[in-house]
Design a protein. Structure first.
Lengths: 61, 266
């Protein structure tokens, strides 16, 4: 499912306001700086820190 | 047991009973926010997208309006009923948007829900461009006969201090933001200027059954329901229907004063 490009333009990570990218195949929005992964459920980006999958191991922040 | 504070479980009823009524103040909110064609608008606490849809009518381009809400249940209804509105699950306190991304930020009856309203307002102002407008609606006084009857019913099954404590948790600033001075102060503290607050009266009409059904969507209703369980809630609603039916003519007329506040980011 594609996401509105205009929306992606203004979207940032709620955790550290880093740049994000949408990985359509995984249906996930990933922060390029902290690595938090936000699910896209039924076309709705879930940009809630509590719902994010956090990277394990090496901390990127 | 799902969290009673969440709107997820009441989204369908909310949409059926309250959304059509809340559209009317939402229209005035959009007008107060001075939304013009071409504006990019954020609707904070969009719920089922009522105010976002009104804003989209104002901008002339649905793609220019984004609604955010922490409740996925509400957003799922928004997507189904108002597919033109873009929605994102997000908390007002950690908005996932760039600084200055919006020309206007609106919130239809959400201000009183922000636990840390100062922090939430700060973040809402952050995503606004300089010269952009913030506009909120808030319920003014709540001392009407319908509310009094409802509270009397609720207190008959849940002790008043318990219900009050629950409400403090769900809508911590419900009393504070009934006062225009308190809203003006909060907006001013968030860095907004040229603050203007209007008061307007709305006359909402409900069929008795519809009104009673809608009781379960308010924070008080959700809490009472979680306390009573489903069987208890069903018989409680039957009693509520009886009492509202005895005291008020069907359809019920709910006259509510609403504050509409606007501020500009310098």
């Amino acid at each position: 499912m594609s996401l509105d490009p205009e929306l992606l333009q203004i979207l940032v990570c709620p955790n550290d306001r880093g740049e994000v990218e949408y990985r359509e195949d995984e249906r996930v929005i990933v922060c390029r700086s902290c690595g938090y992964r936000y699910p896209v459920r039924d076309g709705i980006p879930v940009m809630l820190i509590d719902e994010a999958e956090k990277p394990t191991g090496r901390r990127k922040r | 047991m799902p969290d009673w504070r969440s709107y997820d479980g009441v989204a369908e009823t909310y949409e059926r009973v309250h959304a059509p009524r809340l559209a009317e103040p939402a229209r005035d909110l959009v007008r107060a926010a001075g939304i013009r064609p071409g504006d990019r608008v954020l609707d904070a606490g969009t719920g089922t997208g009522v105010a976002a849809a009104e804003a989209a009518a104002g901008t002339g381009d649905p793609a220019s309006v984004i609604g955010v809400d922490p409740s996925l249940g509400m957003l799922a209804v928004a997507r189904r009923v108002r597919p033109q509105v873009r929605v994102v699950a997000a908390a007002a306190i950690d908005l996932p948007f760039r600084d200055g991304a919006f020309d206007a930020v609106i919130g239809n009856f959400v201000l009183a829900h922000f636990t840390k309203y100062g922090t939430a307002l700060h973040d809402l102002v952050r995503v606004l461009r300089p010269g952009g407008r913030v506009a909120f609606t808030a319920w003014a006084d709540g001392r009407d006969e319908l509310t009094a009857t409802w509270l009397e019913l609720a207190w008959s099954v849940v002790p008043r201090p318990v219900l009050e404590a629950a409400l403090d948790d769900a809508i911590p600033w419900r009393d504070r933001f009934r006062r225009p001075e308190a809203i003006a102060e909060a907006l001013s503290d968030a860095g907004l200027r040229r603050i203007r607050i209007d008061r307007r009266t709305y006359r909402f009409r409900y069929a008795l059954d519809e009104y009673v059904e809608g009781l379960g969507t308010w924070a008080t209703g959700r809490f009472v329901r979680s306390m009573l369980g489903e069987a208890g809630w069903t018989s409680f609603l039957a009693r509520a229907r009886e009492i509202f039916g005895e005291r008020f003519a069907d359809p019920l007329l709910d006259v509510r004063d609403v504050l509409i506040a606007v501020g500009v980011k310098p």
